[in-house]
Design a protein around this ligand. Sequence first.
Ligand code: SF4
Ligand code: SF4
Length: 73
Amino acid sequence: MEEKKKIIRKKAKVLKDQCVACGTCEAECPIEAIKVVAGVFAEVDEGRCVGCSKCEKVCPASIIEIIEKEVVK
Ligand code: SF4
Ligand code: SF4
């Protein structure tokens, strides 16, 4: 059986309860990995996000952080 590898990847994380749904992060993400859901809060597609931190820098509420996540490949 093939062995699975654990890899650490950077991902954006949104504090959803503090999100004002302004859409700035969605507009700035170069690969459409963050979207405002139903006009309520932004959600990160962790499968797409490459942790570039663009969204973190532009969020006017400063509620996006870049975290390290373990991904199994
Ligand atoms: S960290 Fe980069 S790739 Fe990930 S959601 Fe933010 S802008 Fe998009
Ligand atoms: S930029 Fe910040 S406040 Fe605006 S939608 Fe994205 S996470 Fe929410």
